[in-house]
Design a protein around this ligand. Structure first.
Ligand code: GAL
Length: 471
């Protein structure tokens, strides 16, 4: 049975038939608008792809050199006989390991000098041939002002506004590498946190060990048999203390805690306060981040490295609060290195494969507390294998490039598991800008986020005009 059309229905019909022309016009102009947007977005993607050797993040000529895509062809020699036990182990542990990782972990690799260039090629600021002054050579030995290899692994840099000086803190690993347990990771007994100072981010003076291991007290968190990794320092304006957070563990990585220490001076000595499991959860690789408004946050891999946790610290930066969010759930990321650009938060992380390198990912968020979105592998240039292994290194920190908007220094560790003290530093330019490669959230065909790009360079230096560079 047909129902009679309601009064309202008939009115609507009349309105529609009366304005059929304008409805058509509206529909067509809307479709035209959508098609136009689509065309613009396709053109933008083509432009980006056509840029060839220069994936420009913007029209900033100062960065052209940094953004040059540098190829670095790497020939892997055919496998000869048996690999070293470490290489074999890594293969079994992580089936998706790239052949270059096996080669990298093979102490007897014929191309070991490519991964760990010989000491005679060291970057030596006190004796550098004119042409190489102020150049970074990722992967080479880097000497301090006394001519000793810098020992600041898994580190971070603090810019101390009070003294206009950079301080680089990291794991001081200048001891023998051994295995505490048959199946355990290679380790060096804890010596402490090394600190280096610099005005130009290139020439570093050793300021000594600012938080030292305990030699005799076996129950102490800092006993040499334990684990102290990834120390990071921030300054608290209210308490006027330099506050250090670090990963504290036992040799089996079962304690999974953070440790906190403070000092009145950037060069220490730091007083160790305590360790704890933040928010009651296991915490391994970690970092801290001080936001523009003075609020600081801790971020750590948790729940057996399956997820990252993030939460604000108390005002004195000495503890966590009860607020915590789980982010990148189920993505199994570690080695977080956080930074901020134009109000947006960014982060580089690694996968979880111990000392073996793996593929980096960039992540982005409007709020540090999340939600965070993964926007892909940021590594550009070198070769495919470098890109899949973060240039054979693992993220540790991202430092704003002095005086350069949107430009940062990506700091990573090229771990040497057979001799951890000889692990190298990979510092490379990181730029924010340009279209992302997706898949991502799109708004009218435009990606919501900017791309994060880390460019490989065999040698590079800070652009002229960096406020710290003395060139
Ligand atoms: C890595 C971690 C390093 C260190 C290493 C030990 O996953 O990022 O900081 O803990 O494992 O194997």
């Amino acid at each position: 049975m047909k129902r009679p059309m309601s009064n309202f229905g008939s009115q609507v019909m009349r309105v529609f038939s009366g304005s059929r022309c304008s409805t058509f016009a509206m529909v067509w102009s809307f479709m035209g608008f959508v098609v136009l947007l689509h065309l613009i977005s396709v053109c933008r993607q083509k432009d980006a792809a056509n840029e060839g050797n220069h994936l420009r993040t913007s029209n900033r000529p100062i960065y052209l050199e940094l953004e040059t895509v540098e190829e670095d062809n790497l020939q892997i020699p055919p496998p000869k006989g048996k690999r070293s036990p470490h290489a074999t182990k890594s293969k079994n542990k992580n089936r998706r390991t790239h052949p270059i990782v096996d080669e990298f972990l093979d102490k007897k690799s014929q191309i070991r000098h490519v991964f760990f260039p010989e000491k005679r090629t060291a970057v030596d600021p006190m004796n550098s041939a004119g042409n190489d002054s102020f150049y970074y050579f990722p992967g080479r030995v880097w000497l301090d002002t006394e001519g000793n290899p810098i020992q600041a692994h898994g580190g971070g840099v603090l810019y101390d506004e009070r003294s206009g000086t950079y301080y680089w803190y990291g794991e001081y690993k200048d001891g023998p590498t051994y295995h505490a347990h048959k199946r355990g990771a290679a380790r060096v007994d804890v010596i402490g946190v090394g600190c280096y100072s610099s005005k130009d981010l290139w020439m570093w003076k050793n300021e000594g060990i600012v938080l030292a291991a305990k030699e005799t007290n076996e129950t102490h968190d800092l006993h040499k048999s334990k684990v102290l990794e990834r120390p990071k320092v921030i300054y608290n304006e209210k308490t006027r203390k330099y506050v250090m957070w670090m990963h504290i563990d036992d040799a089996n990585y079962t304690k999974a805690a953070v440790g906190v220490a403070t000092s009145d001076y950037p060069t220490g000595p730091f007083d160790y306060l305590f360790s704890k499991r933040p928010h009651g959860f296991d915490s391994r690789d970690m970092t801290i981040f001080k936001d523009d408004d003075g609020i600081a946050y801790v971020m750590y891999s948790s729940e057996n490295n399956s997820v990252l946790h993030v939460g604000p610290l108390t005002e004195d930066y000495l503890d966590v609060t009860h607020v915590m969010r789980r982010i990148l759930v189920g993505q199994h990321r570690e080695a977080p290195a956080l930074f901020k650009h134009e109000g947006t938060y960014y982060m580089i992380t690694s996968g979880c494969t111990g000392w073996a390198p793996n593929e980096a990912m960039a992540h982005v968020a409007d709020s540090i507390m999340g939600p965070w979105e993964t926007i892909g592998n940021p590594c550009i240039g070198g070769n495919k294998m470098y890109q899949l292994t973060t240039f054979l290194a693992q993220s540790t920190f991202v430092l704003p490039m002095p005086g350069q908007q949107g430009a940062f220094i990506f700091m990573a560790d090229r771990w040497n598991p057979s001799d951890l003290r000889d692990s190298r530093y990979v510092w490379l330019p990181l730029l924010v800008g340009g279209p992302v490669d997706g898949p991502l959230e799109y708004s009218f065909g435009f990606p919501l986020w900017s791309r994060v790009s880390i460019y490989w360079h065999r040698k590079w230096r800070l652009p002229k005009g960096s406020s710290s560079s003395t060139k």
